[in-house]
Design a protein. Structure first.
Length: 319
């Protein structure tokens, strides 16, 4: 039986399919998987600093793993190479960097993500565009902005790059001002769903209807974020199912002694649109905040003008 260390961050919703697929693969390939969470939610979701970090060398010495899968969540892990050394390792959701032959990096397809967002927002009839970036200059963050801006500008339109700093009230006020400076209707591509929700909060604070005046597309399809009232969000769902299976298969090849496997990318699964009509029909929509939403609300919740007549069984038999 082979021992595999699965290092994960605390991104419970979007990355869970990746973990489950690795575990499913392990059951059919005689693996023992030891799960280690090395970045807690205060770092991955709220961008706060934390001293919590596992001692990789001690873990390698304790478990003597045949291989490792390290979920990076887009965060840098360059300092891992000396600690892991000769252990075959697959880094997921991490851009390609120079590394040893027994290491493979699998990164998100930033170009495909950005092109999907651009097509969605161009189709919305927006007259101006912006990419709202993560506060850190992470490779995936920069690449998404670059490809989105390039695609929008290829259509003869301008695209601004806006940067966030944190989730404070001051940041919301700054985003509100940035949105106010964009001609309406505008299309906003956010680096991920957390930032998309920040944009939605800023638009709401400024009185800009979503999506009539501010159309927003995020990334990850985190339902805990995208379905928060009062505004549901459109989001691009990455193929974490495919990532889990791909990472397990690549690690199996590395543990079998294969070297020189090229770095790879994982794609997107779908564009998930949650409209106000969907929310009304499913029964969880908040009260309408503008005329368009009110019209949808009234249509879904309207009662029949005449009472329904239920025909008796005896009357049906007579016919």
């Amino acid at each position: 039986m082979k021992t595999v260390l699965l290092f994960t961050t605390a991104l419970p919703f979007s990355n869970r399919p990746e973990h489950l697929d690795v575990l499913a693969y392990a059951k059919t390939h005689d693996w023992k998987v030891q799960h280690i969470e090395y970045l807690n939610s205060s770092i991955t979701r709220y961008w706060e600093k934390s001293s919590r970090k596992p001692n990789i060398k001690e873990l390698i010495s304790l478990w003597h793993p045949n291989g490792c899968i390290v979920e990076c969540g887009g965060f840098p892990t360059e300092d891992w190479h000396d600690d892991i050394r000769d252990v075959p390792t697959v880094f997921t959701d991490r851009p390609s960097v120079r590394h040893r032959p027994n290491v493979v990096c699998i990164s998100s397809d930033s170009k495909t993500i950005a092109l999907s967002a651009a097509k969605e927002l161009l189709s919305s009839g927006a007259e101006s565009f912006a990419y709202v970036a993560h506060h850190e200059a992470l490779p995936w963050n920069e690449d998404r902005g670059k490809w989105f801006q390039k695609t929008i500008e290829s259509h003869g339109m301008r695209c601004r790059i806006l940067r966030t700093t944190d989730r404070s009230t001051a940041q919301t006020a700054k985003l509100s001002q940035e949105l106010a400076n964009l001609p309406k209707p505008c299309g906003i591509f956010a680096a991920n769903d957390v930032i998309a929700r920040m944009v939605a909060t800023a638009a709401e604070a400024s009185g800009f209807p979503i999506p009539e005046e501010v159309a927003i597309v995020g990334v990850d399809n985190d339902q805990t974020i995208c379905e928060q009232p009062p505004h549901t969000l459109t989001s691009i769902e990455q193929d974490y199912d495919g990532l889990g299976l791909l990472s397990a298969r690549v690690l199996d090849r590395l543990m079998a002694g294969e070297r020189g496997i090229p770095d790879q990318t994982f794609g997107i699964k779908r564009m998930r649109r949650v409209t106000y009509l969907d929310a009304c029909q499913q029964g969880w929509a908040p009260a309408p905040t503008n005329d368009t939403q009110k019209a949808i609300w009234d249509k879904v919740h309207q009662l029949p003008t005449a009472p329904l007549k239920i025909q008796r069984e005896s009357e049906r038999k007579k016919k």
